[in-house]
Design a protein around this ligand. Structure first.
Ligand code: S3P
Length: 209
């Protein structure tokens, strides 16, 4: 039996799953809007592991938002910070890491991901128009009631949709090659995505109540 109860006696506590002993890290990749943060947080909760969103980690290390880093220092500088943050995050165990969409483009990052033992990478896939729409909806929700997202709420690389789409196509094979599991999430609910991933990673599912 490899399902433990999070807190015995707490009727509504979600069961904590016992991952295989040779898996210490789950890394979620995919383009912007893939749901890496949302899904990663839930997976971490289910596994009883730490969750780390790489963009949020960079923001806390620099005290600047990602759009500010892009605007003030440029993408090259952001990529350096991202590689440093990834190396640091991969030093931890029992952790789910949500990468920024561009992290796998950098060779150093791919080597880090491939060479860190007990680490499984998951690619959350969806067609570009689906991802683009999700990001626009998120940006609109983050801002006030305007019909256009405010620039500070929009991911910097989405300001030009056609170059964002070109990046998507360039990255797609990289995401696929890196991943142990690829899942198209376009028609899946959050819960279906989580349970499908747990099954595909051969992690036990919590029993339905
Ligand atoms: C980027 C994706 C963003 C963030 C930055 C650059 C990219 O993260 O790292 O804006 O190059 O695709 P999300 O994928 O979490 O949006």
């Amino acid at each position: 039996m490899n399902v433990q109860t999070a807190a015995s006696g707490a009727a509504d506590a979600a069961p904590i799953l016992m991952p295989p002993a040779n898996l210490y890290r789950l890394v979620l990749t995919g383009f912007m809007g893939a749901g890496k943060t949302t899904i990663g947080r839930i997976l971490a909760e289910r596994l009883g592991w730490e969750f780390l969103d790489l963009d949020a980690y960079i923001e806390s290390r620099t005290s600047q938002s990602v759009p500010q880093i892009f605007a003030l220092h440029g993408e090259t500088h952001f990529r350096k910070l991202e590689s440093q943050a990834l190396a640091s995050a991969l030093g931890r165990k029992h952790i789910v890491i949500a990468l920024g969409g561009g992290a796998p483009e950098v060779l150093t990052n791919r080597l880090l991901l491939e060479q860190t033992p007990a680490t499984a990478t998951v690619f959350l896939d969806a067609p570009f128009p689906v991802l683009y729409d999700r990001c626009m909806i998120q940006a609109l929700r983050a801002g006030s009631a305007n019909s256009q997202p405010a620039p500070e709420d929009l991911r910097p690389l989405l300001a030009d949709p056609s170059s964002a789409e070109a990046r998507f196509h360039q990255r797609h094979p990289i995401y696929r090659r890196l991943a142990r599991v690829t899942l198209d999430t376009s028609d899946l609910t959050t819960e279906d995505t989580v349970s499908t991933l747990l099954a595909r990673l051969h992690l036990p599912q919590p029993r339905r109540r």
